[in-house]
Design a protein around this ligand. Sequence first.
Ligand SMILES: Cc1cc2nc3c(=O)[nH]c(=O)nc-3n(C[C@H](O)[C@H](O)[C@H](O)COP(=O)(O)OP(=O)(O)OC[C@H]3O[C@@H](n4cnc5c(N)ncnc54)[C@H](O)[C@@H]3O)c2cc1C
Length: 434
Amino acid sequence: MLQENQQNKTDVIVVGAGPAGVSAAVTVARGSKNVVLVERGNFAGAKNMYGGVIYSHAAQEVFPNYKESPIERFVSTHSYVIMSENDSTTVSYKNPAHKENAFIITRANWDKWCVEQAINEGVYYAPNTLVKELIVKEGKVIGIRTDVEEYYADVVIIADGVNSLLAKQIGLRKDIKLKNVFMGVKEVIKLPSEVIDQRFGLINQTGCAMELVGGPLKDLFAMGIIYTNKDSVAVGLGVSLEDLKNNKTKPYELLEKMKKHPFVADLIQDGELLEYSAHLIPEGGYNCLPKLYTDGAMVTGDAAMLVNNVHFEGTNFAMISGKYAGETALEALAKNDFSQNILCLYKKKLDNSFILKDLRTYKNVVKTLTERTNSIGYYSNKLNEFLEIFTTADGVEKKGKFQKFAKHFFTKRSLAELFKDGFAAVKVMFDILK
Ligand SMILES: Cc1cc2nc3c(=O)[nH]c(=O)nc-3n(C[C@H](O)[C@H](O)[C@H](O)COP(=O)(O)OP(=O)(O)OC[C@H]3O[C@@H](n4cnc5c(N)ncnc54)[C@H](O)[C@@H]3O)c2cc1C
C-alpha cells in the first residue's frame, strides 16, 4: 500500500466530473495548485442526464467563455402548462432580451466541454475511474481508494451526485427517504429544426422551456418538462418516489400517458425516439441538507442535496457550490490547515449566497405543496373547465353555465378542503415573503 506522503499524493482530489466537480477542480487549478478530477464514466457526461437548462449566471462565473460551448438554443420562452384530461391552458413568458438567462445543452456535450476547459487550465483528469471509498485516518479524510489504487490528497471534494455513497461512508449523509427524492425520466425525440421552430413559435434558433402540471400527473407530486434542442425535443417528468410507490405507478407509464396528452402529442408528432434515460433528483431541500464538510473533505452539488426543486435549479447550485469548495480548498492549502476550522468557510460561503438563502426561503414550501398534491389536479381541471365555458360560443346563455360551474366548484370539493387549499396558498406566500 502506498503511503500518503509518497508519489500518489496531490493537493486536491475531486470525485465526479459533473457540474459541481468540474467547477471545483477548475477553481483549484486556477489557484495554481495540483488537482485530480476523477470520473467513473468513460467520458464526462456519459452517465449523466438532466432536463436541459443551464443557467448563464453560473456558467459565466465558472467558464466566462461558455458561449463557445455547443449550446443547442438560448431560452427565449418559458411556459407553464396546466393540463386536464384532454385540454390545457398555457401561461407563457416571452422576452427576447431574457434569452441570456439560460440555455439548453445536452449533458454529454456540456460536461465534455467543461472538462476540456478544465484540462486546458491544468486539471489532471482521470476518467474510467470508480472511487470505491474514501481513505480515512484518525477521523480525517486523506484520500480515495479506486478499483486499482489509492491516491492521497490534502483535501477531497465529494461531487459524486445524488446517491453519494462517499458522503454516506463518512457519515455526512444518511440514506435519502423516498419522499425526499424524485425519479426523473426523459425521452429525446428527433424532429427537424424548422418543425420545432414552427410548433413552439421560435425564431433565430431561440428555445423554449416548459413545465407541465395536472392531466396525467394529477394527484401526484410530479411535474412534466419539455425543452427544445436544435433538432430534437426533450420530453420528461419528475415524480416523487413516495408517490410512485403509494400509487403503484411506474414513471415510464406516466411519461407514455403524458406523451399522449393532446398538448404534448401535437408537439412531438412524427418525431423519432433517440434516447430514453432516468435519474434521481434530490428534492428534500433545506430540511434535508447534510453536514457539508468534515476534516479533509467537503461535499457539493447533488451529493449535498443542493437543488431548488420549485425552480428546477440544480446545475447552477452544483457549479457555484463546486466553485466555493474549490476556493475553500485553496484557502486551506494557503494556511496548511485542512481541518473543519478552515473548511467551515465553505458553509459560510454557501450561507451568504443565493444557494442557502433560496433553500431557506423554500424550506417549508415543498412540504406544504406535498400535503396538497391532490389540489393540483382539481384546480387544473377547474381552470380548463372555466376557460372552456369562457371561450365557447354555442348560442346558449352564459349565466346558466357560470352558475353550474360555481355550484360544482363548491360541491365537488368540500368546504374544509377548499379552506385547506386557501390556507396552504397563503402559507406558501407567507413562507416565501417573510
Ligand atoms: C430529469 C432531471 C431534470 C433536471 N433538469 C434540470 C435543469 O433543467 N436545469 C438544472 O439546472 N438542473 C436540472 N436537474 C438537476 C441537475 O441535473 C443536477 O442538480 C446536477 O447535475 C448536479 O450536478 P452534480 O455535479 O452535483 O452531480 P452529477 O451531475 O450527478 O455528477 C456526478 C458525477 O459523479 C460521477 N460519479 C458518481 N459516483 C462516482 C464515483 N464513485 N467515482 C467516480 N465518479 C463518480 C458521475 O458519473 C457523474 O459524472 C435535473 C435533474 C434531473 C434528473
